[in-house]
Design a binder for this molecule. Sequence first.
Ligand code: ATP
Ligand code: MN
Length: 270
Amino acid sequence: KHASKIKLEGFNVGESRKRDKSDRATREQVLDPRTRMILYQLLNRDIISEINGVISTGKEANVYHAVVLPDDALPAHRAVKVYKTAILAFKDRSRYVNGDYRFNKGGYNKGNGRSIVQVWAEKEFRNLKRIHSIGIPCPEPLYLRQNVLVMGFVGDKKGHAAPRLRDVTFSALGPEEEEQKYKDLYVQLLTYMRIMYHSCRLVHGDLSEYNVLYHEDKLIMIDVSQSVEHDHPRSLEFLRVDIKNVSDFFRSHNVEVLSERNIFKFITGE
Ligand code: ATP
Ligand code: MN
C-alpha cells in the first residue's frame, strides 16, 4: 500500500530525480489526480515503464518522453500526449467536432461522462490510426485512455525528439542543395496531403511547419486531433488554410510554390 503511494506521487518507482520532474509537471497543472491515476496504471501494465522529461508544453496538451522496457524485446521510446483537462483550453475547438458525424452520436456533454477533452483525445487517436494504416508517416497510435494518448516516439535512439519542420536546419548543405531539399519536402508534403484527403478522407485542419516533424529525411504528420472528415461542412475551408500555411512556409524558403488554386485541385481532384 505504501509503495503504491510513492508511485502515485511520482511517475516512477520513487526515484527522486524523476519525482522532481513529475512535481514540475504537476505544477503545470496537467496532471490532475485522475490523469496521474491513468499514468500510474500505464506504468503498472507495462504500456510504459518510465516517464522522463517533457518534450513540449502547449496550450492544450503536454507531450512527455517515456520508455518501455518489455520483458521480451528491446527497450523502446514512447511519446505520451496528455490533454489538459481544463475545459478552457478547448473552447475554440468545437467547430471541428461539430459536423463530424463520428462524434455527434454520443455527444460529449457532462451527462454521459464523456468530456470534450476525451473526445479530443479520441479524435486524435482515431485519426492517427487512419493515417498510420494508410502509410503516411506519423507516430504510431498505441494506447488511449481518457485524456492520455501513448504513441510511437519520433526521434533518435538516444531519445532526442525529431525537430519540427519549422526548426530544421540544413547547415551541412550549400544554398542550392538546400533549396532542392525544400523543393523535395514541398512535394512530399503535398503528396501526403493528397493521400490523406483521398485515402483517409481527412483534412488535417491545423497543418503548418509547427505540426510536421522532420525525421530521417521524411516529413511526419502530427497533431491531428482537429483533423476532419472531408465531408465535414467546413473541411474545404480548413483545407484552404492548410494550403496557405504550407505555401507560405515553402515560399519563405525560396520554393516556387504552385498557385493555391492548383494545389487545391491537386489535393482534391481525381
Ligand atoms: P499545443 O497545441 O497545445 O501546443 P499540441 O496539440 O500542438 O499542443 P502536438 O503538436 O501534438 O501538441 O505536440 C507538441 C510537440 O510535441 C510537437 O511539436 C513535437 O515537437 C512533440 N511531439 C508530439 N508528438 C511527438 C512524437 N510522437 N514524437 C516526438 N515528438 C513529438
Ligand atoms: Mn501542435
